[in-house]
Design a protein around this ligand. Sequence first.
Ligand SMILES: O=C(O)C(=O)C[C@]1(C(=O)O)C=C[C@@H](O)C=C1
Length: 358
Amino acid sequence: MKLTDIRRKIDAIDDQLLKLLNERADLVHEVGLVKRAEGSEIYAPEREEAVLRSLTEKNAQLQGRLPEKSIRAIYREIMSASLALEKDLTIAYFGPESTNTHQAARSKFGASVNYTPKTTISDVFDVVARGNADYGVVPIENSTEGAVNHTLDVFMESELRICAQVLMKIENHLVANIPREKIKRVYSHPQVFGQCRNWLRQNLPHVELIEVSSTARAAELAAGEADAAAITGPMAAETHGLQILAPSIQDIATNTTRFLVIGKTPSPPTGDDRTSLMFCVQDKPGALFHALEPFNRLKISMSKIESRPSKRKAWEYFFFVDIDGHASEEKVQQALEGLSQHCTFVKILGTYPKTLPT
Ligand SMILES: O=C(O)C(=O)C[C@]1(C(=O)O)C=C[C@@H](O)C=C1
């Protein structure tokens, strides 16, 4: 077939797609009216995940040419447009612009909603709690460097809930506008230096490493200096016009960060969910062991445990635990009941769909 003929066929399909997308948008508008009348949440992470899971399964059965990643990306933007039709939605994220958290927020909510960067993690919680933003996005843990303690600490005082998560593979690039031999200084965030420790030791042993507040700030500084480089993600490098001198220099190739979407309401079940809890055990021998025993007995998988000083009393700790299952499930409720018998308090931080890394 000739190029012009193939393109004519593509045009005809695009006309149909456009018509169908607008028909979908009309239905979304109706959904928006129903939600408004019922006073329910505009963002429905459980529905989005169900739509994505069903479409990727159907695509695999059809043996469609499009890979799962592309189906997810296309539908991410379709649903972003839907969200914007239902409400002029604002997402606050731990900024500044072009950081990994910004990218994580974009990968969850798409290009059609509004974003507002905040300078601290507490500020993100604060604007969402006050209703000046609809949802917030904050980092919670990295597969190489561990927990983001500040986020755990803010949860101790917040009434907000986790309503979704984003798992994002983190690519750290060495970026600059000078050749590698001229680099005297490298800027980055301390967590990112931690993720690239071995590479830096082997490849740039004599340069000065300067910790700054974000990868975006690192890119900004490197762009303005004649002998400096930065380690950043692709978004910050692009924003500040920096070239990638060495791509993906993280020591562990699968380096992934988990981000949380925080809002006022937990998400309904999807059949494959996760629940995050925070609790404080009684001051008795074996209290933690007994508190966790119901998870073992009921065969509930626990994917994470962290502890943080309670800041109320010396040597008292809050534990943060993630378990498989939704808080509304009978089995999970039984386990929580058992747990609470050994605790001075238990709080469910959120119950939300499991997701694949983006
Ligand atoms: O089904 C809904 O609740 C919708 O608002 C529609 C829709 C969609 O486009 O499919 C859009 C946004 C929601 O987060 C989930 C799904």
